[in-house]
Design a protein around this ligand. Sequence first.
Ligand code: ATP
Ligand code: MG
Length: 139
Amino acid sequence: IERTFIAIKPDGTQRGLVANVIERFERKGYKLVGIKAIVPSKALAEEHYADLKGRPFFAGLVSYMTSGSAPVIAMVWEGKDVIRQGRRIIGATNPLEAQPGTIRGDYCISVGRNIIHGSDSFESAEKEIALWFGKSEVF
Ligand code: ATP
Ligand code: MG
């Protein structure tokens, strides 16, 4: 059974969108098998976004994720095609391209404050779940 890593970023937590996000995934038919509130260390955030190292927004992205103004809500979701379906539920990276009906399409206007993260492949999901969760923290 497929699993993906979904994280509500500090802006999503701060804006009170946690229940809304969880409800969308639950209603679609997915199972929540891990969840915690965490302010990631700089090392964790840099490793999570390692693919983007070198991009002009990398430092800002890491400081936004680690600021501590609100925690990241880190989750593991399970079910059929959950990696690709999760990305569809979330919508495009840039809110201008995110369709209404998606999380980013409905709730944000800025690519730098786009509420939520979802793994983009099987390999990313495996890496990210292992990075954010201990084995005993996932059902
Ligand atoms: P995520 O990995 O957070 O789910 P994504 O896979 O849709 O998002 P990525 O290309 O992996 O998009 O970028 C990771 C994150 O970096 C984006 O979600 C966004 O918060 C930030 N980001 C991407 N492009 C920009 C940009 N041009 N300016 C500012 N922030 C950006
Ligand atoms: Mg990504």
